[in-house]
Write a new protein. Structure first.
Length: 225
């Protein structure tokens, strides 16, 4: 595994191109299954996709996670983020979230459509992927988790105060993510460099959930300062 360095714009453009091709090659019988992330990292990928001529009508999406306790029209809910960033301007086959109704069935739902073809992933400053916080075992599935103080603090920049950040989330597990056929892990910003290097070159340990990606047969890692 190696870390590919480039500008944020070039990385976003490249990944948007991969998605563009897979979406346009898909058919009703053979849909494209796309795993999506929220947060600041994938923002530019969605901007690129909106400027391309992509046919998403045979694309089924599964988002990585969602906060517990926020209505879907709350501006910080991940459903709201995705609607605004991509879904409202494109016509998809379907868009799925591990919300309070669906999270118990989420892994089966993904398996039933043949698994995720491309999963986009960010990394937290504590090494989390999705909301799999340090200490998460390799065989974890989609479930409700408690967010760590570190994550609540990192995410408070999107809220008025730290008190408003939900303390729990529903998230795909490590096992769920590891079943994806291709994974693009993206780290954007100098503050992510140290944890990314530990995750990719250090020991594989539940204390750095992203380190499990070293065992994935087809994970590409991108870093921009
Ligand atoms: P960010 O979050 O893209 O907002 O930096 C990444 C993550 O916490 O997984």
């Amino acid at each position: 595994m190696r870390i590919r360095k480039n500008t944020y714009e070039k990385i976003s453009h490249q990944i948007a191109n991969y998605i563009h091709k897979a979406a346009n090659d898909s058919t009703y019988e053979n849909p494209f299954i796309l795993g999506l992330a929220t947060g600041s990292t994938p923002h530019q990928i969605y901007e690129e996709l909106k400027s391309m001529d992509v046919d998403f009508t045979n694309t089924i999406t599964f988002n990585l996670d969602e906060y517990v306790g926020l209505d879907e029209d709350h501006p910080q809910s991940y459903k709201y983020f995705m609607e605004k960033s991509l879904f409202k301007s494109q016509d998809f086959h379907s868009n799925n979230f591990p919300d309070s109704k669906l999270y118990p069935y989420y892994d089966s739902m993904i398996d039933n459509v043949g698994g995720i073809d491309i999963q986009i992933l960010g990394i937290g400053t504590n090494g989390h992927i999705a909301f799999n916080e340090p200490g998460t075992p390799r065989d974890s599935k989609t479930r409700i988790v408690d967010l760590t103080e570190n994550t609540i603090k990192d995410n408070s920049r999107f809220f008025e105060s730290m008190d408003e950040v939900p303390k729990q989330a529903m998230t795909m597990g490590i096992q769920t993510i590891m079943k994806s056929k291709t994974i693009y892990l993206i780290a954007h910003g100098k503050h992510k460099k140290e944890i990314l290097e530990k995750a990719i070159y250090g020991d594989i340990t539940p204390e750095i959930p992203a380190s499990f990606l070293q065992e994935h047969p087809n994970c590409e890692v991108f870093y921009s300062e």
